[in-house]
Design a binder for this molecule. Structure first.
Ligand code: DGL
Length: 268
């Protein structure tokens, strides 16, 4: 089978994982991406581990019934933290997860005060504090769950509304003197510039896109990584969101084909 016939299956609850996919596309990769946006179940950040495990398993089963899967990328911190092990039990290709870049932050912080923002479901588990204990020994790592930031990205919240939301959601960091902020949710990457303005450029903002991309490429055959992709496709399981997703795609031009589930799957 040649590369164009096998897909890298990306999974997220929505737009967030497209930040990781964008980084991969920019690096160049011969395999096309099939991005499954589980918008019907957004936000994962308010779902249980059990539910998220079931969503991922159903998505994988659907994907293999539709096309050949070369690799699975869980382009979502919440889903990776909650369900990567369960998914691996039923998947026979490599599964790459996304986890907050706390290790990178520990290497870069100057004053030893690191902030981490993530969804409620991610924060509820021990995973983030375990990462901090393992990779940021000696630093103060302040882990904070946000309520509406992922939704703000989905709804394209901007301007004063977004600034107001950020000041509410990030008030927790007011007295923490952080110089580094780890984005523990792939949706937040789309807020990077706004976050940078919010902190007046005094806080280094770190996401996981480069790390995940490196991992993906390291698992693909070396000689197949250089050419650029064509035939990227989006599967969106909430027909109500199609207008907005098409709008995003006009801006970034990621997908050549879009399929939506509206009773049955159809190409739009
Ligand atoms: N993009 C997901 C993450 O990285 C979360 C968004 C959601 O709550 O569904 O955690």
């Amino acid at each position: 089978m040649n590369a164009a016939d096998e897909y890298i299956l990306f999974i997220d609850s929505g737009l967030g994982g497209m930040s990781v996919m964008d980084a991969l596309i920019k690096k160049g990769c011969s395999y096309p991406v099939a991005f499954y946006a589980d918008a019907k179940h957004f936000p994962y950040g308010k779902k249980s581990v059990r539910n998220i495990s079931d969503f991922l398993k159903d998505i994988y089963k659907f994907a293999v019934s539709e096309f050949a899967v070369k690799m699975v990328v869980i382009a979502c911190n919440t889903a990776s933290i909650s369900a990567i092990d369960t998914l691996r039990e039923i998947v026979d290709v490599p599964v790459v997860g996304t986890v907050p870049a706390i290790k990178t932050a520990a290497a870069l912080t100057r004053n030893g005060n690191i902030g981490v923002i993530a969804t409620a479901t991610s924060v509820r588990q021990n995973y983030l504090s375990d990462l901090a204990n393992k990779f940021a020994v000696g630093a103060n790592v302040y882990i904070h769950g946000t309520e509406y930031l992922a939704a703000a990205v989905e709804e394209e919240c901007s301007g004063d509304d977004l600034r107001k939301l950020l000041s509410e959601e990030l008030a927790f960091f007011k007295d923490k003197h952080i110089d580094t902020l780890v984005l523990g949710c792939t949706h937040y990457t789309f807020l990077k510039d706004t976050l940078n303005d919010f902190f007046h450029g005094t806080v280094r903002i770190i996401d996981s896109c480069d790390g995940v991309t490196r991992r993906i490429l390291s698992l693909l055959p070396q000689n197949e990584n250089s050419s650029s992709q064509t035939g990227n496709r989006l599967y969106l399981n909430d027909a109500k969101r199609v207008k907005q997703y098409k709008h995003w795609n006009l801006r970034y031009n990621w997908f050549q084909d879009i399929y939506i589930e509206d009773g049955a799957w159809k190409k739009v």
